[in-house]
Write a protein that binds this ligand. Sequence first.
Ligand SMILES: [Zn+2]
Ligand SMILES: [Zn+2]
Ligand SMILES: [Zn+2]
Length: 491
Amino acid sequence: MTKGGMESVEVFTSEGKGRGLKAQKEFLPGDVIFAEPAYAAVVFDSLTHVICHTCFKRQERLHRCGQCKFAYYCDRTCQRAAWLNHKNECSAIKRHGKAPTENIRLAARIMWKMEREGSGLSEGCLVSIDDLQNHVEHFGEEEKKDLRVDVESFLEFWPPQSQQFGVQYISHIFGVINCNAFTLSDQRGLQAVGVGIFPNLCQANHDCWPNCTVIFNNGNHEAVRSMFHTQMRIELRALSKISPGDELTVSYVDFLNVSEERRKQLKKQYYFDCTCEHCKKQIKDDLMLAVKEGDNKPSAETVKEVIQFSKDTLEKINKARLEGVYHEVVKLCRDCLKKQEPVLGDTNLYLLRILSIASEVLSYLQMFEEAADYAKRMVDGYMKIYHPNNAQLGMAVMRAGVTHWHAGLIEAGHGMICKAYAILLITHGPSHPITKDLEVMRVQTEMELRMFQQNEFMYYKMREAALKNQKIQVMPEPSNETAPSLFHKKE
Ligand SMILES: [Zn+2]
Ligand SMILES: [Zn+2]
Ligand SMILES: [Zn+2]
C-alpha cells in the first residue's frame, strides 16, 4: 500500500489522547503537510440545487443530473468526475422516489465506496473507516434516538442489490460521521455548504493553540488538462515551525472563548477534556474578561450587570438578524456599546462580539465610516487574543480592510489588506481563491494609496467619479450562521 503523499506524517499513540499525528520532517509556517481528497462528501440538504456536488463551489447556473434530477454540477467536467460516487446514489434516489437527508446520503456514499474498495486501508489513507472512532457509547438518550431514526431511514434507502451491512456496522458509520465529519465551505469561505469525511485529518488531535490549521480548497476544475488542475481537497498547513517528532494539532473550536467555555464545548461535541497549555493555564482568559482599569474601575456589581445586558442584547440581535431587520441590529449594537464602553476592557469578548456584528451589518448597509471605526477596534482586540497566523483573524482583518477601503480610508485599508494577505498566504496558501482576491485588492489599494499620497485632492475627485459611475461592491449579506465550524457536529 502506497502512502499517497502521506510520507511526512506518522500515526502514533499520544499519551492520554489516543491516536495522534506526528511530523516526520521539519515544516515551516505555510507549508502544506498533506492534502487529502474526501473519502466521501455531500452537499447540505438546503443547498443541493445551488452548490456543485463535485467541487462544492457556488455557481450561478448549474447542470442537473438528467437521471435523478437531484444532483447539480458546474459543467461536464464536474459531472464526469462525480459519476463514480454518484452512480449508485443516482439509481437509489430514483428507486426511493426522493433523496434522503445529508446524513443518510453521506453514510451511503461511504458504504458504496467500501463496497467498491473493501473496508480495509484505501490508497493514501493512514487509517481505515473501520478504525475511526464513533463514540456511540457516549451518546445520551436524545442522540441514541436520532441514531435509531438515521439507521431506519438508511435501511429504507439502501438498495437490496448493494452489499448488505448489519445494524451495528451502520451505527458505527453514523457515529463516525457524528464526531469526525468536516464542514466544507464555498469558494469564498463565507458559507458552510456541505460535509465530508477525511480519515487522515481525523487523526490530528485538538489543541486550543495548535501548530497546524486545516483549510478546504474547492480546487480548480476549469483548468482540467493543464498543470494547474487541482481537485477538491483539504490541506493541513503548518502555522509555526514544526520539528520532526512534534505532534501535529489543529483546533476544533474557535479560540475566541474563555478556556472554561471552550472545554465545555469540546466535551459536549467531541467527548474529551481539553488539557492543552492554554486551557490548563487559562492563558488569555484575563484579556477576554478584561474590564476598565484605573480611577474609574467599575465595581464587580456593575461588570456583572453589563455582561448580563450584553448577553440579553446578543439574543435580541440574533433574533433580529434571523428576521433580516438589520436597522434594528444596528440600534441594539449602538445601545449595547454605550453600556459596555465605560466598563469593559478593549479585549473583552462581549465588546468584541458586538463590534464584530456592528461592523459587518453596517458594511452591508453601506454605512462604511461607522463600520470602519468598529472594525478597527475589533481587529485591534483580535490581534491581542488570536495566534498571529490564525485563519479567523486573517478573515476578520480582510473584512476590516475592505470596510476601510470603502469608507475612503485608503491608508488604513491598504495596511489591513496587506496584513490579511500575509496571514492568508500561510493559512490558505497562494492558490486559494480568497488569497487571490486579496492579491487583487492589495494591488488596487496600493495604486490608490500612491495616488492619494501624490495628490489628495485628485484622489478624492477620482473616487467620487468612480463611485458615481460604478456601483460600489456590495458586501455579502451578513450570514445568520455563526462562522462555519471546522468539524461538522449537530449542536
Ligand atoms: Zn463543480
Ligand atoms: Zn443522478
Ligand atoms: Zn484547550
